[in-house]
Design a protein around this ligand. Structure first.
Ligand SMILES: Nc1ncnc2c1ncn2[C@@H]1O[C@H](COP(=O)(O)OP(=O)(O)OP(=O)(O)O)[C@@H](O)[C@H]1O
Ligand SMILES: [Mg+2]
Length: 218
């Protein structure tokens, strides 16, 4: 069954209809790409799914129940890990270690469990050397990979990543790709990387003129 579902989403920004009746669902283990031109509304669509943008019309469901109260949205944001298009919007802790430890600490994991999660993610992306570095001083690609690691540390059921490959070097890109290929999470990846789409061969949704369609080649 779908973990996350959206029906008939309509969103208007500055008098322009960015989403015009969008339906969507994502189940555990399901893997999808989302493409569309610059300004097509991909980020707006994701932010609507996460409750950061309020639709004029439409409904979001989590495990079959409508998401309405603040408590419902909190639950959704614990279930769905969202990697922002701009890492500066995501990162807020003084150091990389604290950033990655934040979600598991809030989830009530023990110090030992948190340390295991942090070190395994630092090792997954080969960023052990960044552990004690201030997040706001990291390079663009470093910020990107740390923001991805911080979301993975939540151990979410679903992952939504908005252009996660931008700025990554070949090694980090390969590790990320391998993780996304192997994870049991449901995954939605927004990307303009044709080569990534061709390699993974997941179904591809395209946002065009406010509508979400299954791309013919995907
Ligand atoms: N807060 C806002 N105020 C004004 N316009 C906005 C706002 N947020 C989004 N828009 C506009 O809405 C449209 C959709 O933007 P969005 O960021 O969702 O596009 P996108 O598909 O993610 O593009 P990209 O591929 O460049 O990331 C754009 O024309 C954008 O300028
Ligand atoms: Mg975007």
């Amino acid at each position: 069954m779908e973990v996350l579902k959206a029906t008939d989403l309509w969103v208007e920004i500055g008098g322009i209809e960015v989403l015009r009746g969008v339906d969507f669902s994502l189940s555990k283990g399901e893997k999808l790409f989302l493409t569309g031109d610059n300004g097509a509304g991909k980020t707006t669509f994701i932010e609507t799914l996460m409750g950061f943008v309020k639709p004029l019309r439409g409904q979001i469901f989590l495990n079959g129940s409508p998401v309405e109260s603040e408590g419902d949205w909190r639950k959704l944001r614990l279930t769905v890990g969202y990697v922002f298009q701009n890492p500066d919007d995501q990162l807020f802790c003084p150091t990389v270690e604290e950033e990655i430890a934040f979600a598991p600490l809030v989830a009530g994991k023990s110090r030992r469990e948190v340390e295991e999660i942090v070190s395994s993610l630092l090792s997954l992306f080969k960023i052990e050397h960044l552990r004690l570095r201030p997040t706001h001083k990291l390079s663009g690609g470093e910020k990107r990979i740390v923001s991805i690691a911080a979301v993975l540390a939540m151990e979410p059921e679903l992952l939504i990543l908005d252009e996660p490959t931008v700025g990554l070097d070949r090694f980090r890109l390969a590790r990320l790709e391998e993780f996304l290929r192997e994870t049991d999470c449901g995954v939605l990846v927004v990307t303009h990387e044709r080569e990534l789409i061709d390699r993974l061969r997941w179904r591809r949704l395209e946002l065009k003129e406010g509508r979400l369609l299954l791309a013919e080649d995907g």
